[in-house]
Design a protein around this ligand. Structure first.
Ligand code: GLN
Length: 539
């Protein structure tokens, strides 16, 4: 029998509901339960794939090929479990599915209405997601903040589920306690209002996770108890942390896991947070840094640098660094800088390794190509991801194979040599303007060539990795690339697509068409990231 834990946010967005949800999941898993987590995004978009990463952050991709919110990545990393399509809901997805059912006469001639048909659809999806993995606990994070018009129907679904299964549903409010500079005192009032708002939706929170700069003191906890009807032991401090991986440990310091189990009348079956604790201790012991540069274009937003667009890449670097008891020191490098001023390239020398991650469109690509050339010639460990691989192929074709105009047809500039070209099935989709959810998405198999760095990293020859792209290495150029020394280290045999390239006689020069970052986990770094960091630490 599944139990449901809804997590909603109070006061403001961006306070770490995703990490909180993922951490609660890890805690329950460590107590011997099967856990899955669901993300609800209240927007109309059917999936996250059509949104600009600067606006919405990274688009995460699951094994079964849904383009979803980056929090799903947090769930996978913290839970060390795969998450599937039904674990991601948006308003658009729910309506689309209700409308499809109506068109198929599945409502038996009844009038289909927003309430209760939309919340019922939400509940059915949540239950399906839980059944698929036989979950004991289903965590459901409701995006946005309580009081917003947009997530009301999802809160209504939560309320309805609670009436149907009163003993199996729990509500947790993740709320923010500001400490305004001029007052210097932590204020609980905004959270009191958030609870009232939740109450007016028919929901009483069972627990409050108090996000703040520092842990809550007794007077603040008492205040929340008095005004919000939540027991003092169920008000859990969630202070700012240096590493997100500390969060489950902090929650457990306040006995959160057992409090949750108690509310469901359950007891912990085992206790298994030891490896995680060891990891956190190692991180807190300020290990030596390894300096990694990420060359991208999706991180400048006005006066701020946003890291959300590359969150899985960042976490994958960190996991690999943890493995070697190192701390990843990551620097953002804007590819466009090198286009304006190629002299700046020599600055790359100070890095132990460089990553060129995924991306779309032609902006910034020439700068990235210059960076890749510099890494190749100066033997700086290099890892290319998706677009990063495509640009590595273009660089090699231009500067080693002598195909001066080598390019990708994605960049819409005339060339005789599209060494990267649109996949034939994608051509049709683009022509018909069918953009949403139509890329080559999700897990595909790949065979590794014996003796390559990739083969040695994985320690086997058959792998499966996640994809999100429309363009591919053009097989017409495989011969000339290989003759000039580029290795086709991984190939998808079914479609004969090159998935990994390598340049031998280099400390580490590997690039993949897939996104290895999606499968990295804190205690199990991804083999390619691990060996990349291994090479970087040797530099
Ligand atoms: N824009 C490239 C393509 O569509 C690369 C995509 C990516 O980096 N995710 O193939």
């Amino acid at each position: 029998m599944a139990r449901y834990i809804f997590v909603a946010g109070g006061v403001m967005s961006g306070i770490g509901k995703g990490i909180a949800t993922a951490s609660i999941g890890r805690i329950l898993k460590s107590k011997g339960f099967k856990v899955t987590a669901i993300k609800i995004d209240p927007y109309i978009n059917v999936d996250a794939g059509t949104m600009n990463p600067i606006e919405h952050g990274e688009v995460f991709v699951t094994d079964d090929g849904i383009e979803c919110d980056q929090d799903v990545g947090n769930y996978e990393r913290f839970l060390d479990e795969n998450i599937y399509t039904d674990n991601y809901l948006t308003t658009g997805r729910v309506y689309q599915s209700v409308i499809n059912k109506e068109r198929n006469l599945e409502y038996n001639g009844k009038c289909v209405e927003v309430v209760p048909d939309i919340p019922n659809e939400v509940i059915a999806t949540i239950q399906r997601a839980g059944k698929k993995v036989k979950a004991d606990f289903i965590l459901i994070e409701i995006g946005g903040t309580v009081g917003e018009y947009q997530n009301m129907l999802f809160l209504e679904a939560a309320r309805m589920l609670k009436i149907a299964h009163p003993r199996d549903v729990l509500f947790i409010l993740v709320s923010y306690m500001p400490i305004p500079g001029i007052m210097g005192e932590m204020k609980t009032k905004p959270t009191q209002y958030a609870v009232r708002t939740l109450n007016s939706a028919g929901i009483q929170p069972d627990m409050i996770l108090a996000r703040a700069l520092v842990p809550l003191d007794e007077p603040r906890k008492k205040k929340l108890f008095n005004f919000c009807n939540v027991e003092i032991q169920d008000i859990i401090s969630a202070p700012d942390v240096k590493s997100i991986y500390e969060v489950p440990i902090n929650f457990e310091k306040e006995n959160m896991g057992n409090r949750i189990l108690k509310k469901f009348g359950l007891k912990s079956r085992v206790s298994d947070l030891k490896e995680w604790e060891k990891l956190v201790k190692m991180i807190q012991n300020s290990p030596l840094p390894v300096k990694i540069g990420i060359v991208g274009k999706y991180f400048e937003s006005g006066h701020f640098t946003l890291m959300d667009s590359y969150i899985s890449v960042i976490e994958a670097i960190k996991h690999a660094a943890f493995f070697f008891h190192r701390k990843a020191k990551i620097t953002w490098i804007s590819s466009e800088d090198f286009e304006k001023n190629p002299k700046k390239l020599s600055k790359l020398k100070k890095f132990d390794g460089i990553i060129v991650p995924g991306g779309f469109g032609s902006r910034g690509v020439e700068g990235k190509i210059k960076v890749i050339e510099y890494c190749r010639k100066n033997k700086i460990p290099f890892l290319g991801l998706c677009l990063g691989m495509q640009l590595a192929v273009i660089e090699f074709a231009r500067n080693v194979c002598g195909l001066k105009d080598a390019s990708s047809s994605e960049f819409k500039k005339p060339s005789e040599n599209f060494v990267i070209d649109v996949m034939p099935e994608q051509k049709v989709l683009l022509k018909e303007k069918r953009y949403g959810g139509t890329m080559r998405l999700g897990a595909y198999d790949c065979n590794l060539k014996y003796g390559t760095v990739s083969y040695k990293s994985y320690g086997k020859n058959s792998i499966s990795e996640r994809h999100r792209h429309r363009y591919e290495l053009n097989n017409r150029y495989r011969d000339i690339l290989e003759k000039n020394g580029m290795q086709m280290a991984g190939v998808n045999q079914e479609k004969d697509l090159v998935e990994i390239i390598e340049i031998p006689k280099h400390p580490f020069f590997v690039a993949s068409q897939f996104h290895p970052e999606f499968k990295s986990r804190p205690l199990k770094p991804h083999p390619l990231f691990r060996e990349f960091i291994n090479a970087a630490t040797k530099r």
